[in-house]
Design a binder for this molecule. Structure first.
Ligand SMILES: [Fe+2]
Length: 430
């Protein structure tokens, strides 16, 4: 698939949230790409096919066609629970959200993350404008794509924009390039060994794909492709649980009027949380960090509390505070602890990955905000935009430090946490 031209941040500055508008913008980007290649005499034909017929086809298919079937764990040989690679008692994870805009800014953020060589990198969703195959290709798969792959893997959540094209490219193109590799593990029977001539090969005859995008191991490794829009990456002290709120963030026309999408966790995901992760087990006192695309609460825009209420039920008697990081809003904000449906949440919005960063004041006058990066980087169309960036999580046994770095690799702010494995309580220590 050829690359389409790099986009300018200007194209995104006033982008709305309707599917119609986002499809039009994707169609226009594809038209601009075709225009550069087309001969003059073909331009009118190309315009009609790409912009009018192409748009109508894709938009109607998206709005009235079926969503990509929901994929979930467990599968026959995968639970979606990955063991975190620990080296020198340390694991470093980069979190980027709303990053996939294919702009010089997203390239720069990707390059800064790559410079720090994360063990894992995770995208918290939204591939602009509609998660089309060309957009997945340009941001993640093309040799020129700037998605920074972790040494031990990359994982992805879906946002609402992936579902504007029914999630097909997210599930069929992106997820097969995502996953983790687990060194020297043979427990689930998918051991792969390095063969200098062929790359990765299954050593025990079990089928799995040869996927150089996940990484090139230098030792015996298990490659585990991501097979669902949710996952758990864990060690002996912490669990990083990615939640899928994207799939249920869009609905069919007319249905969405009667029953507005609420980003709830589908029953397959709830069963996975219950039966694979056992969140109510009082003997498992590891610290929990939830990741999702949509915010369980917000002082700025619409929030989606239903997943938090569902998780509260799953904790049962063993309720404890959690860290929760999300995107969707294109800003960097940290909140003081807040309860949603009874679940105590330390919330962090990190949706400033690759879109024009919003720096407007919160909707309500509130003292619940712990930090908010409102620095103005420049004006685009007379609108002030802030600094893109990402979160950098460093796990060292009981300790977790989080740095919020910007596009210039400056640490905007940081914080430190510790999990008490006796009580199961997380404590902010810095
Ligand atoms: Fe979003």
């Amino acid at each position: 698939m050829p690359d389409t031209p790099k986009r300018d941040l200007k194209e995104y500055v006033d982008v709305g949230h309707s599917e119609l508008e986002n499809h039009l913008r994707t169609q226009n980007a594809q038209f601009q790409s075709a225009l550069e290649e087309a001969e003059a005499g073909r331009k009118l034909t190309d315009f009609l096919w790409l912009n009018i017929f192409g748009f109508a086809y894709h938009y109607l298919k998206s709005r009235f066609g079926p969503r990509h079937p929901y994929q979930y764990y467990p599968t026959s040989n995968d639970t979606g629970v990955y063991k975190m690679k620990v080296a020198n008692e340390t694991t470093q994870i980069a979190l980027l959200s709303d990053w996939a805009s294919d702009t010089p800014e997203s390239d720069r953020v990707g390059a800064v993350v790559a410079f720090h060589k994360p063990d894992y990198s995770i995208h918290l969703g939204d591939i602009y404008f509609v998660g089309a195959p060309s957009e997945v290709h340009d941001n993640f798969i093309s040799p020129k794509a700037s998605w920074p792959r972790g040494k031990w893997g990359s994982l992805a959540l879906a946002g609402n924009h992936e579902m504007y094209s029914n999630g097909a490219a997210f599930y069929k193109m992106l997820l097969p390039t995502m996953g983790v590799r687990e060194a020297n593990a043979v427990s689930d029977g998918l051991k792969l060994e390095m063969n200098p001539s062929d790359g990765l090969k299954p050593s025990d005859g079990l089928a799995t794909s040869n996927n150089p995008l996940i990484g090139s191991p230098s030792d015996a490794s298990v490659i585990r492709e991501q097979k669902a829009g949710f996952f758990c990456l864990e060690n002996d002290y912490w669990r990083v649980i990615g939640l899928d709120t994207g799939y249920t963030s869009v609905e069919r026309p007319f249905v969405e009027i009667l029953s507005p999408p609420d980003c709830h966790l589908r029953k397959e995901q709830v069963n996975w949380l219950k039966n694979q992760l056992h969140l109510d087990n009082p003997d498992d006192r590891r610290g929990i960090i939830f990741l999702s695309h949509h915010p369980p609460f917000s002082d700025f825009r619409k929030s989606f509390p239903r997943p938090a209420r569902q998780i509260r039920q799953l904790f049962g008697e063993f309720l404890r505070p959690v860290l929760w990081m999300w995107g969707h809003e294109h800003r960097l904000v940290g909140y003081r602890e807040r309860k949603v449906g009874g679940l105590p949440i330390h919330g962090r919005c990190i949706g400033h990955g690759g879109m024009p960063v919003e720096i407007d004041a919160p909707r309500v006058d509130t003292d619940s905000i712990l930090f908010y990066d409102q620095r103005r980087r420049k004006n685009i169309r007379r609108i002030g935009v802030g600094y893109n960036g990402f979160a950098w999580l460093k796990f060292e046994q009981e300790n977790l430090s989080i740095e919020y770095r910007d596009v210039e690799d400056k640490v905007v702010t940081g914080e430190s946490w510790r999990i008490n494995l006796q009580s199961g309580l997380i404590e902010k220590i810095g």
